[in-house]
Ligand binder design. Structure first.
Ligand SMILES: NC(=O)c1ccc[n+]([C@@H]2O[C@H](COP(=O)([O-])OP(=O)(O)OC[C@H]3O[C@@H](n4cnc5c(N)ncnc54)[C@H](O)[C@@H]3O)[C@@H](O)[C@H]2O)c1
Length: 336
């Protein structure tokens, strides 16, 4: 039987619990260590794994890196946003591949430093946005690459959610832990989906946010001019009951509608006719599935540091535009 890829999870809260079933469904993956500053969260998560008796528990990621379990190959960071940079950097410096939950980091300087460290060490980093790992997103990107929508004209992304009230008094509304508000939380899926699909940097942005009486952005209205004069808009409504989202890509020879988790795929041809659920032959993964298969040398990374760099360059410009009340031109991000 093929040797499993041993993983550690740092941060054992809501999203780590959501990842547990994906890990258990991936034949190559095995969790051998958990780490959290909250012992109860760690113990609760441990119970979800079939090999729970042998999983080692750590109270800090420093302790994990100092005294790791044997044959540890990869570390997943599922912690509050502003911790991602230091944690991922330390793990890479200790020789591990890392899967970092979104957003990769919360400023472009950190993104650049991680990209440089990865280049110097040859280690793998992936960002845990689900959509780029899906078969549907791989399909859309192939359509775009093969000029299937003609010349891309515009892209629009929207989400609404009762995020303001649902995250009151949590780290998500503490800028020191979150790096920002709904733009860095659900908004990150919108920005990354757009960046991943069209795979090009933004050149100029304008952004308004509204904090709705909290310390962080809740609502946002954004316009973006991407390289190649693709014009984009993103609207984030974080104080609305219910959940709705979508992404609209429009070219001069067709259009596609999808979702920020890729759960929807509508492809309209040049005459505007809907190609009802087009045949998707591309491979889909969970982020963990792709991560371990990359470690095993069986797959190419779907959402590497390039997308963390594109995303953080965009976020810095959006917050600057909002602060200064004017359009902001972006410098070219380091993407090679
Ligand atoms: N991809 C998605 O759809 C998705 C969905 C939800 C959350 N997330 C991301 O997952 C990450 C965690 O979010 P969450 O909802 O699980 O938050 P959470 O608050 O439920 O869990 C965070 C966990 O990290 C632990 N923690 C905090 N500081 C730590 C430290 N220094 N070392 C070790 N553990 C520490 C906390 O005790 C807690 O158990 C965030 O980056 C978030 O954006 C992604």
């Amino acid at each position: 039987m093929e040797e499993k890829i041993n993983l550690a999870i740092v941060g054992c809260g809501g999203m780590a619990n959501a990842h547990a079933s994906g890990i258990n469904a991936e034949p190559l993956a095995q969790v051998v260590a958990l780490c959290d500053v909250n012992r109860a969260n760690m113990e609760r998560l441990r119970d979800k794994f079939p090999n729970k008796e042998s999983i080692k528990l750590y109270d800090s990621y420093e302790a994990l890196l100092k005294n790791p379990p044997e044959k540890l190959r990869g570390i997943m960071f599922v912690t509050p946003h502003t911790q991602h940079f230091q944690q991922a950097m330390s793990a890479i410096e200790h020789g591990y591949d890392v899967l970092v939950e979104k957003p990769m980091v919360t400023n472009s300087d950190h993104a650049r430093k991680l990209a440089e460290k990865l280049k110097a060490t040859g280690r793998q980093l992936q960002v845990g946005f689900q959509a780029p790992f899906s078969a549907e997103f791989a399909y859309i990107r192939d359509v775009l690459k093969n000029n299937g929508l003609g010349e891309l004209q515009t892209i629009t992304a929207f989400s609404c959610q009762g995020w303001r009230n649902g995250t009151l008094n949590s780290w998500r509304q503490d800028p020191a832990m979150s790096g920002g508000g709904q733009m860095y939380d659900t908004g990150a899926h919108l920005f990354n989906s757009v960046a991943w699909l069209i795979d090009r940097p933004a050149e100029e942005v304008f952004c308004w946010t509204d904090k709705k009486g909290t310390p962080v952005d809740i609502n946002a209205a954004i316009t973006i001019r991407f390289q190649g004069n693709v014009l984009g808009t993103v609207t984030i409504s974080g104080n609305t009951p219910g959940w709705q989202e979508g992404i609209w890509l429009a070219g001069d020879k067709g259009r596609i509608v999808t979702g920020i988790h890729a759960a929807r795929l509508e492809h309209y041809d040049e005459k505007g006719a809907l190609i009802k659920y087009p045949q998707v032959t591309q491979k889909g993964y969970t982020p963990i599935g792709n991560f371990v298969q990359c470690i095993a040398g069986k797959a190419e990374p779907r959402c590497g540091v390039r997308y963390g760099v594109l995303h953080s360059w965009l976020m810095d410009a959006l917050y600057q535009s909002d602060r200064e009340g004017r359009p902001v031109k972006l410098s070219a991000p380091p993407l090679d």
